[in-house]
Design a protein around this ligand. Structure first.
Ligand code: FRU
Length: 678
């Protein structure tokens, strides 16, 4: 039977209509009956019935259709078994199925059996996110066949997930991003899952890491980002895309730069080529040019692409790559226009050597090496990635500007795992010289690969960045169908500070939340703190706060107390604590009891930042957004950014003071609106 097929994909921003003639799909099994009727099951890996999503101790499983799938994680990875379907007649040219789990053709696979012989095999890709896989079976049309799912693997990734086995004229594309997005956009929980940040950017579905190509153009702040169109863990890196007019509300746009021919689009930047030096512009309008790393075939090279429609569509430069050192660890270019020398400058990493290279160009296509910086900073820690270089104003010294150079290390940073460090110094157009030693960018565990917006108009003049709100070590956070968030955008400057009287004053990177976030405040209250002592005292009534989306301001005066601070309680024994510790002379975030901390052994912990008392007190601005917490100390002298995964979104705010000489004052609670549901 031939049926016209109409598919409407309604999304906030995508609309597509396809019409084609093809025979209806023939379903072999979707496991929705909730039983194994018609299947022959052996061993214990498949349990007594198809699973409803993830099983005990399994990471989130996504990408299956409906409520159920077959999942061989019953009793964990060590269990084994087989599941074999009843015979069916092959009557379409393709058999397609959704598959996830481990990758082992011999021991962990879906097999097509004809005359009891294995004629086709499919495996997962070490991901809990199911993807389409299909077999061309034209040569087998008319034959009787069975599907057999085997799990004889007992080590890590020793399980398989399968769903929606069907016969079809047209196998679905492996990634099927449009279909998944269309389904997700209709879901009741759209951008509103319990752990979904409400005023921090996150992708609708799937995995995200570094921010890329931040640029302001034609009234829009662009945010591109490392994105996996195929699933909810790292892979197939491409550039996702969103825009904002106010740095608070974000519009999700279609994929900008896809992985192509086995070459992934790794991190990089975007510039507006105002003088059309590249020649890519049309109609006297400046093109946007993306400069990014192509990763594949054993090396990393720098590629460029351009857009003449405000970043909506991109064309690869025909003579890519523009830089090739035949090096497997050469990545993450950041480019800016250097006025005094009238040319483009690029900073890019020789990641494994912990070296930054500087290049110049007159047209973004031909690059000349200028100089190198490093290894430096935490020398014994591996690698540098995602550098940025820019000039910043120095507070209290009108007219003075210094350069800051930032780079990120994949592991070994201050709070453990990945994190960034920066140098303050001078850049003369050719070479960077550091004035002082490296300092940490953020003292939490979850602020990585920040990059700053380019092309912010002079009339605004701010240097702003945001970072990936995650840590490579604990990146498989318990959220689905998306993973990760960005930090809030922060304005940067430098301030001369000494954290304790022993050390000389030095320049510190100041990070402050962008002013635009204040427009999200919809209620502000001053909380009464007169009776705060030990044990902790509630500052609001239970049930007062319906959502964990707020900003809390407070002044802490420690007196002689060993510690004092605020607890965001989300359950009987569950809270995240932000406090000042007199012994450490610093502010901390303690997330050891913050909720779900068991998904990775490195996740629970306490993270300390240096903090000074000014006239005996220090100021905190604490931003909480369902599964994120960012603490800005003393107007941005230190920041602690941490993810938390509480079991409830109805927090109780408490405060405590170690003794009667300490006090907490000026506590203001601002509830913040959701940017997804206004
Ligand atoms: C940093 C990083 C970059 C790379 C990208 C790949 O988080 O490793 O160096 O370009 O992620 O997704």
């Amino acid at each position: 039977m031939h049926l016209p097929r109409l598919v409407f994909l309604f999304g906030s921003f995508a609309f597509c209509l396809t019409v084609s003639l093809r025979a209806e799909d023939v379903l072999i099994e979707d496991f929705e009956s909730g039983t194994y009727s018609g299947w022959d099951i052996t061993g214990d890996a498949f349990g007594d019935a198809p699973a409803e999503g993830a099983l005990d101790n399994q990471m989130a499983v996504s990408g299956y259709r409906g409520k159920r799938l077959i999942n061989s994680y019953y009793k964990g990875d060590t269990s084994t078994g087989t599941a074999t379907s009843s015979p069916f007649r092959i009557e379409r040219p393709h058999i397609a199925l959704l598959i996830g789990g481990g990758r082992d053709e011999q021991r962990l696979a879906v097999q097509l059996l004809v005359d009891d012989k294995i004629v086709r095999v499919a495996t997962g890709d070490e991901s809990e996110d199911l993807e389409w896989s299909s077999w061309d079976v034209k040569d087998l049309l008319g034959k009787q066949a069975r599907v057999r799912i085997i799990d004889e693997a007992t080590g890590g990734w020793g399980h398989i997930n399968v769903d929606h086995i069907m016969q079809t004229d047209e196998p679905p594309a492996r990634f099927d991003l449009e279909h998944k997005l269309a389904e997700y956009r209709l879901s009741a929980n759209y951008l509103n899952e319990p752990l979904r940040p409400q005023y921090h950017f996150s992708p609708e579905i799937n995995w995200m890491n570094d921010p890329n190509g931040l640029v302001y153009h034609d009234g829009e702040y662009h945010l591109f980002y490392q994105y996996n169109p195929a699933g909810n863990s790292w892979g197939h890196m491409s550039w996702g895309h969103a825009v904002s007019k106010d740095l608070s509300h974000w519009e999700h746009l279609p994929l900008a730069i896809p992985e192509a021919d086995g070459i992934m689009a790794f991190s990089g930047c975007c510039v507006v080529d105002h003088n059309n030096t590249s020649g890519f512009g049309v109609n006297n309008q400046p093109p946007m040019v993306a400069i990014y790393t192509g990763h594949g075939h054993g090396k990393q090279v720098q590629n460029i692409a351009y857009s003449n429609d405000r970043g909506r569509t991109w064309t690869q430069y025909a003579n890519n790559p523009v830089l090739d050192r035949n090096n497997p660890d050469f990545r993450d270019p950041k480019v800016f226009w250097h006025d005094p020398t009238n040319r483009w400058v690029m900073v890019v990493t020789l990641a494994a050597e912990k070296v930054l290279l500087f290049y110049s160009s007159s047209d973004l296509k031909n690059w000349t090496e200028l100089s190198r910086f490093g290894p430096a900073g935490q020398r014994h820690k591996p690698n540098w990635e995602c550098p940025d270089l820019f000039q910043l104003p120095v507070e209290g010294e009108p007219g003075k500007k210094l350069w800051a150079l930032e780079a990120d290390m994949g592991s070994g940073s201050i709070a453990g795992g990945s994190g960034g460090e920066y140098f303050v110094g001078e850049f003369d157009g050719t070479k960077f010289s550091a004035y002082q030693s490296a300092q940490w960018v953020d003292f939490g565990r979850d602020f990585y690969a920040p990059v700053s917006w380019s092309d912010i108009p002079d009339s605004d003049g701010r240097r702003m960045w945001l970072g990936w709100f995650n840590n490579w070590e604990t990146c498989l956070v318990p959220t689905s169908p998306w993973r990760s968030s960005m930090s809030i955008p922060r304005v940067l400057s430098l301030r001369k500070v000494t954290f304790n009287n022993e050390e000389p004053a030095h320049y510190v990177l100041i990070q402050q939340p962008v002013e635009e976030l204040k427009q999200l405040r919809f209620s502000t209250r001053t909380l009464d703190t007169n009776d705060v002592r030990w044990p902790p005292v509630a500052l609001i009534e239970a049930g007062d706060l319906q959502d964990m989306t707020f900003e809390l301001e407070a002044t802490l005066t420690p007196g002689n107390a060993r510690s004092l601070g605020i607890r965001i309680r989300t359950g009987e024994e569950e809270f995240t604590e932000v406090g000042y510790d007199q012994n450490q002379l610093g502010v901390y975030v303690d997330r050891r009891k913050s909720g779900n901390v068991d998904f990775h052994s490195a996740f629970p912990g306490r993270h300390d930042a240096p903090a000074r008392l000014v006239d005996g007190s220090l100021k905190l601005r604490i931003f909480v957004d369902r599964s994120t917490i960012e603490v800005f100390v003393n107007d941005g002298e230190a920041v602690i950014s941490d993810r938390v995964f509480p079991s409830s979104q109805q927090p109780l705010i408490e405060a405590f003071c170690g003794d009667e000489t300490a006090k907490i004052t000026n506590v203001q609670l601002h509830q913040l609106k959701s940017v997804w549901r206004e």
